[in-house]
Design a protein around this ligand. Structure first.
Ligand SMILES: Cc1cc2nc3c(=O)[nH]c(=O)nc-3n(C[C@H](O)[C@H](O)[C@H](O)COP(=O)(O)O)c2cc1C
Length: 190
């Protein structure tokens, strides 16, 4: 059976990461159900010049972020995990507080209660005490905090190289096999 993952895009900076993740999941033949917040739509347009209409064919299905009748609002729907990429401090706070203002928050809440992998690519700098406390709260509830902090040991030549490397690490955490040729550390003698 194909893996099925929820990708939630929020209004933090880093829309490119979501686009790269979608590409990698499509190549890995993972079924992706997409959600994008209202702020996410805005930031995607500002950063990448891509409208919601143009996003449509990059995932298998998209659901309205205000539609609580969508499958991911219930734990009985089959999903193998969820990634919030990028994740704003507002969405982090909602997940930490267990507040379901939109379907992204509800889907994250469900993912946690079903003990499925939930990855939050939180993006903000610097971080205040509330951000740090909320990260610890969701970590303790079972989520994995994965800030999109780049690594440089693989000598990236472009933003795409950085994004690919980060997204392939997310795929690892979701136990998704990919064909991505992103370097892995194998020791100094490799
Ligand atoms: C260009 C732009 C970049 C932003 N970057 C961030 C960011 O990196 N982190 C963050 O927490 N909020 C950021 N924001 C603010 C969020 O979009 C805003 O807090 C929004 O209410 C988040 O809502 P959402 O979590 O429902 O997407 C940014 C806003 C804009 C317009």
């Amino acid at each position: 059976m194909k893996k099925r993952i929820i990708l939630a895009i929020t209004g933090a900076s880093g829309s490119l990461l979501a686009l790269e993740f979608l590409k990698i999941m499509a190549e890995a033949e993972v079924e992706v159900h997409g959600l994008i917040s209202d702020a996410g739509v805005k930031v995607m347009d500002i950063e990448e010049g891509i409208s919601f209409a143009e996003l449509k064919n990059r995932a298998d299905r998209w659901f309205d972020v205000h539609d609580f009748t969508a499958p991911m609002a219930s734990g009985s729907a089959r999903y193998d995990g969820m990634v919030i990429l990028p994740c704003s401090m507002g969405t982090l706070a909602a997940v930490a507080g267990g507040i379901s203002v939109n379907l992204i928050h509800r889907a994250a809440d469900v993912t946690l209660k079903e003990r499925r992998p939930l990855l939050l690519a939180v993006r903000e700098t610097p971080l205040n005490r509330t951000h740090l406390r909320n990260m610890l709260t969701v970590h303790d509830a079972g989520a994995t905090i994965c800030p999109p902090v780049p690594s440089f040991y693989h000598h990236p030549k472009s933003l795409i190289d950085l994004a690919t490397h980060f997204c392939s690490r997310l795929a690892d955490l979701l136990r998704v096999e990919t064909a991505v040729d992103s370097p892995r550390w194998g020791g100094l003698d490799q």
